[in-house]
Design a protein around this ligand. Structure first.
Ligand code: CP
Ligand code: NVA
Length: 307
């Protein structure tokens, strides 16, 4: 893997994604046999979190510990990046202390600026625009469950948000199709779609629908995320109205393949984008998906931080 940072999936070549998946599989197998390679011994990851997190924060911290390194959790109260000091100063100073930085923030531009001035790798741990670590985990999980990524109908039902954008990018990079059903006004934007199509080198990678049932027809994978992302709390009521009907429930599963797998990046809002029956049911692979965040991030850290 040649890139210094992981800012979006666009930074990766298809061969980088394959390498991440191969290292993930190896590290996961070793871990399950009771062995963790201490390849990051003495390395420190700085983790800047300006939004809440459970999976990302814990999986990165555990990943560093299992690989022999250490992580430092920094909230906005601690460093107040961009306000107490310029992002570029934060980038330059942190680079003198730590071997890599993971950042969860609002604006994608903050992560871009941090990466421009940091001499150590910067990993996007979620922004308003993208969630690349999630998308890598999602496709790894699909490959693990189905044994292949070919000839699968992957359907996302919900907001054209950070999770959907990164999912669309990774599908494009891997030459796969993504079927996405969103309410009017909450779709992936035409500009994003045209840039993503360029990554797919010719295939019609994104298929948009306004009807979840139409998108879900014969789906192998049904994926959803919250209707209200972090930072959109003020729009909650409008969004709940717009998204009603965009739920993964037993009715929707009837049109999908009999052995459809259901995915969710979590946290889930039970009774909104997904029902209890489905997330707790036999089609759900959401907790395996969540576990894989750890294994995929271990691979990412190994490949980016040991240079
Ligand atoms: N899926 C995910 O990123 O979860 P957290 O927000 O808890 O990190
Ligand atoms: N779209 C959600 C994802 C959380 C992991 C959010 O940004 O809040």
């Amino acid at each position: 893997m040649k890139c210094k940072d992981l800012i979006t999936i666009a930074d990766l070549l298809p061969s980088d994604i394959e390498e991440i998946f191969n290292v993930t599989r190896e590290l996961k197998e070793w871990h399950n046999k009771g062995y963790d390679e201490k390849c990051l011994s003495g390395k420190i990851l700085g983790m800047i979190f300006e939004k809440s997190s459970m999976r990302t924060r814990v999986s990165f911290e555990v990943a560093m510990a299992q690989l022999g390194g250490h992580a430092i959790y920094l909230t906005q109260t601690d460093i107040n990046l961009g306000k107490r000091e310029a992002v570029k100063d934060g980038a330059r100073v942190l680079s003198r202390y730590v071997n890599g930085i993971a950042i969860r923030t609002f604006a994608q531009e903050t992560i871009q600026e941090l990466a421009r001035y940091a001499t150590v790798p910067v990993i996007n741990a979620l922004s308003d625009s993208f969630h690349p670590c999630q998308a890598l985990t999602d496709l790894y999980t699909i490959k693990e469950k189905f044994g292949t990524l070919s000839n699968l109908k992957i359907v996302f039902v919900g907001d054209g948000n950070n999770v959907a954008r990164s999912l669309a990018q990774i599908c494009a990079k891997l030459g796969l199709r993504l079927h996405i059903a969103s309410p009017k006004g909450y779709e992936l934007t035409p500009d994003f779609i045209s840039k993503t199509k360029q990554m797919a080198e010719g295939i019609e990678t994104i298929h948009l629908y306004q009807e979840p049932k139409e998108a879900a027809e014969k789906a192998n994978i049904l994926y959803t995320d919250t209707w209200i992302s972090m930072g959109q709390e003020a729009e909650a009521e409008t969004r709940k109205k717009a998204f009603s009907g965009f739920q993964i429930n037993s009715e929707l599963l009837k049109v999908a393949k009999d052995d459809v797998k259901v995915m969710h990046c979590l946290p889930a809002h039970r009774g909104e984008e997904i029902t209890d029956e489905i997330i707790d049911g036999t089609h759900s692979i959401v907790y395996d998906q969540a576990e894989n965040r750890l294994h995929v991030e271990k691979a990412l850290l190994k490949l980016l931080l040991r240079k």
